[in-house]
Design a protein around this ligand. Structure first.
Ligand code: NAD
Length: 412
């Protein structure tokens, strides 16, 4: 089942429960705009390679659209469309004045030199610059992109416009108008949600066994905070595979090795496991924080965790979601679990528009307030309606967009 099919199925279920007007239901199934661009890049070899890039804007009812840019070999229009829709729901659930968007370039960033990556990023930015901007659509990092890529995007847009425009992207280096706390925000939020989820299940985080798939911006930071809170992170992985140690891994030491460029599997910290086997290891908390579509009908029956916190976007297929729920696994869905990133991106954008910057503890305490309030509201709705957390989250988000659309009316 593709991530687009899963995302649409989840939306349809929320729309059905909300008894959404059928025409509005159909309207919100489609993105407002989808742009496909060709990105010719002068490679170090002297040849020109043409990459394909995308920017999909799903909805702008509540404000400019917001969403990451992914560099990955499997990026395609369906995936970017699904992720843009998820961003609409995520921003609405958090009460942010944004719609959803997503972008990406189909490439393997690990195989590109720094110069090739910069030229590709600049050309991609120039190609999508007709539809981005601080009051239109604001990109941010996602898989395969980082603060350096955002700095190049900001510079390209600013040079074209003739004025430095920090608010065009978020998660920039702090020196260029980035926000303190943004780099850690998604992983920090995932850890906060894991703590909230465990409290709901009446279990302590201290001593809990934790498995994390994907040791990048989201996964490594979530592992770091849960390790610091006394959790026992027994396994982590990256694209090379996973490392398992039932006694618990030394996460700060592992992070230091990975920052030096080592793959997780090259660090002598336990036994190497495959990414597939990692998902079914004995644990209390499972955090998928890499790709979509990782928990499927084929492996959901073997998952041993009591709590799943979706750090990645769309890691659970619809069938897996049903199977896991039937088995009593408590799932904190992506739109809630990984929303920390877009919340602090919103703070960054506000600071950029005002040229007035906040202290890190202010950023973190506001993040905690928004995220935990959203969790509590969603949990209350799910208990009141006897439904799962994902459906409750989408009902709240879709309901908000529906009310705003009705207030604005249909143009022209
Ligand atoms: P990242 O590029 O920093 O890290 C991704 C990690 O996943 C890396 O460790 C990589 O090696 C690993 N990986 C890649 N392919 C894999 C595979 N086939 N199997 C196992 N691991 C694999 O990316 P990130 O920013 O941490 O994003 C991870 C997920 O979190 C994505 O689904 C993204 O959409 C989602 N997300 C990110 C943010 C953010 O602020 N960065 C916000 C919300 C959601």
């Amino acid at each position: 089942m593709s991530i687009l099919a899963t995302t649409l199925e989840q939306y349809d279920e929320a729309a059905r429960r909300l008894r959404l007007d059928p025409q509005l239901h159909e309207h919100l199934r489609r993105p407002k705009r989808a742009l496909i661009v060709s990105v010719p890049v002068a490679m170090d070899s002297g040849e020109v390679e043409v990459f394909t890039g995308y920017r999909v804007q799903h909805n702008m009812t509540l404000g400019p659209s917001k969403g990451g840019v992914r560099y990955h070999p499997e990026v395609g229009l369906d995936e970017v469309t699904a992720l843009s829709m998820l961003m609409t729901w995520k921003c609405a659930l958090m009460g942010l004045p944004y719609g959803g968007a997503k972008g990406g370039v189909r490439c393997d960033p690990a195989k590109l030199s720094s110069g090739e990556l910069e030229r590709m990023t600049r050309r991609y930015t120039a190609e999508i610059s007709l539809c981005i901007g601080p009051d239109r659509d604001i990109p941010a990092p996602d898989m395969g992109t980082n603060d350096q890529i955002m700095a190049w995007m900001m510079d390209t847009y600013s040079m074209q416009r003739g004025a430095t425009t920090p608010g065009v992207v978020t998660s920039k280096p702090v020196l260029l108008g980035g926000s303190l706390g943004r780099v850690e925000a998604t992983g920090r939020g995932v850890a906060m949600m894991a703590e909230r989820g465990m409290a709901h299940l009446g279990r302590p985080v201290s001593g809990a066994r934790i498995v994390v798939q994907g040791f990048g911006n989201v996964g490594a930071v979530a592992a770091h905070y849960l390790h610091a809170a006394g959790g026992r992170v027994v396994a982590v992985s990256d694209v090379s595979g996973g490392m398992y140690n039932a006694a618990g891994l030394d996460i700060p030491a592992l992070q230091a090795e990975v920052q030096r460029g080592q793959p997780v599997t090259a660090v002598q910290a336990g036994a190497v496991v495959s990414n597939a086997d990692l998902l079914t290891l004995p644990c209390d908390i499972l955090i998928p924080a890499a790709l979509g579509g990782q928990l499927t009908a084929a492996n959901a029956g073997a998952v041993q965790a009591a709590l799943i916190v979706e750090g990645a976007n769309g890691p659970t297929t619809g069938e897996a979601d049903r199977l896991l729920r039937e088995r009593g696994v408590f799932i904190i869905p992506d739109v809630l679990a990984n929303a920390g990133g877009v919340i602090v991106s919103y703070f960054e954008w506000v600071q950029d528009l005002q040229f007035f910057f906040w202290k890190e503890d202010e950023v973190n305490s506001r993040l905690r307030a928004i995220l935990t309030h959203a969790f509590d509201r969603t949990l209350a709705l799910s208990e009141q309606q006897g439904i799962d957390l994902r459906t409750a989250a989408l009902m709240e988000a879709v309901g908000r967009i529906a009310r705003a659309t009705a207030l604005r009316g249909l143009y022209p």
